[in-house]
Design a binder for this molecule. Sequence first.
Ligand code: HEC
Ligand code: HEC
Ligand code: HEC
Ligand code: HEC
Ligand code: HEC
Length: 456
Amino acid sequence: MKKLWWFVPVAVIAVVALVARAGGPSGDAALGTQPYDNFETGASCAECHIDIARQHDQAMMSRSFTHHWDEIEYFELALPHADKVEKVAGVKAGCNGCHAPLAFLAGDIPPKRPAEGTRANEGVSCALCHAVTGHDGEVPFNFNFTVDPAAGAQGTRAGVESPGHEIVVNPYLGTAEFCGTCHNEKDPWGLWVKATHLEWKKSPQAAAGIICQDCHMPPAAGNSAPETGGVDHPDVRQHLFHGAHDTGKLMGAVEVRIHPSELEASPGQRIILTATVVNAKAGHMIPTGSAEERVVWLHVEAVDASGATHHLAVDPKGFEGEDLTIASADALAYQDIGDIKGIEGFAGIKRDGDVPAGDRIFRLPYLDEKGRMTVAQWNTAAFGTDYRLAPLEAKNETFTWALPEDLPAGAVTVTATVWYSKLVSSVADYMGVPAEEAAPVKMSEHTTMVEIKTKG
Ligand code: HEC
Ligand code: HEC
Ligand code: HEC
Ligand code: HEC
Ligand code: HEC
């Protein structure tokens, strides 16, 4: 027995070391475990890493708490909802685990409004990402990352030195799982309301070893800290993090081609136009992530020889739940906004915003407990049919057109356009979100011709 006197302190040290390596608690359990002062500000990193800092300033992750729609949805919907309904009470703190992680870790809940200028405003900051050591459990989701801000900057590159900080070489930041800690989200009903990393895992890109960082932080030759002893590398990770808020990233991410069944036709005849729509560039679904509020749609119209425009409606395919994928002029949805705001007899607002009736919408409908479409991903009790575009998948959509009897002879030009709107326009209008958030971006367009012959 005497010989074992040393065992207890050694065991304690071993446990402490294990916890320290894992970086302490993660997810909900990390609430209030790290005061703000444990994290440097981005401005301090910018003294040496100028280009990376400027890139990050322009990326949405630096605005994840201050961006107008984030502020509106958290303070005007999620927070009042959490105070009212026990089932969703967890989002009062939980939204911040990903959007204002420094505030979450500091226990500053709810954070003050962005105008108050607290450190919640730093959003997903340099010091937060570069303090992440790994994640707890099998699947990365709901901010289950572990942090150790005292250890120095976590990075993937061995053999570099910094006059500003310690460097901890850790391959974790070079994995898709790191991104998945915030880009997968499970809601109070246990549904995957955000699954960008899980979608990616099933993609051909993942099978080929192409990860999030390769498309959102592409490597370029350069030096991340040229004035303070940084070394040139052929592959410095660019902190672009460009996604749906970058028009250039959206343009061409989906491709569309259209062709007619007949090259020549006569008035009164039926022709079929087939559009092929491809998710050509994303390593996940389009739309992904906040799919509850994005609208991606295919619009087809024909211009005849006299210059008149004919809007063509998509042919239904007959699958279950298809009605939610074809734009309607008068369908209403989002009634839960009225429940949250306590508006008696709230009928809802236009389900498809300004999308022209008859257009095909590539979407995953998020449904509340009463089966109504919702943009509140935390209030999602079920999903409709997933009709989004999978990575490198094409979908064919047909448009049967009974050519009008009075269609003039000459060329008809048929144009297919795929549009992307970050937020349903009716929700943007109703919630007072600046119109830029709902403004349609043209992802792709293609034109084909049919020659109209007079009957003879
Ligand atoms: C005084 C200058 C200075 C400051 C301030 C500074 N760094 Fe660095 N940092 C460097 C230099 C120099 C390197 C080495 C770059 C190289 O040679 O590739 C470096 C390297 C890094 C690396 C790469 C490590 C790797 O293994 O890939 C990371 C990550 C990093 N810094 C993050 C940060 C963060 C986050 C901050 C702010 C909290 C910060 N740095 C502040 C100078 C600085
Ligand atoms: C969303 C998380 C995230 C944020 C925010 C972030 N980084 Fe990084 N950073 C990464 C990842 C991931 C890598 C490594 C990617 C890899 O190697 O695959 C990295 C790499 C780096 C490197 C090494 C670059 C190289 O290839 O030599 C430096 C330096 C760096 N970051 C500094 C910063 C600074 C400074 C900021 C804030 C202005 C910042 N990072 C913000 C995730 C982030
Ligand atoms: C700490 C949580 C966190 C981590 C880790 C994280 N993200 Fe994000 N990311 C967010 C949040 C929150 C947003 C939403 C920003 C907003 O409010 O618009 C976001 C948005 C984005 C966007 C969308 C930008 C746009 O234009 O709409 C991209 C792209 C992105 N992240 C890529 C990445 C990649 C790649 C990684 C891993 C290298 C990563 N993120 C890691 C939380 C995180
Ligand atoms: C093969 C390249 C590729 C890979 C791999 C990839 N992405 Fe993307 N990502 C894109 C493209 C292209 C877009 C723009 C189209 C869109 O918004 O869906 C995009 C968009 C996004 C958006 C914005 C979506 C929205 O609706 O706001 C986020 C967030 C994002 N990616 C995160 C990730 C994460 C996290 C991973 C890894 C799990 C990843 N991406 C892997 C190419 C890629
Ligand atoms: C598990 C991490 C996580 C949690 C928890 C989370 N979000 Fe997000 N949120 C994200 C990511 C990542 C994105 C970007 C997704 C994309 O662009 O595809 C995002 C996007 C958004 C957007 C759209 C931003 C834009 O400008 O398009 C809003 C608004 C938003 N979240 C609000 C909330 C609210 C409110 C809560 C709490 C009810 C919440 N989020 C909880 C990770 C999270």
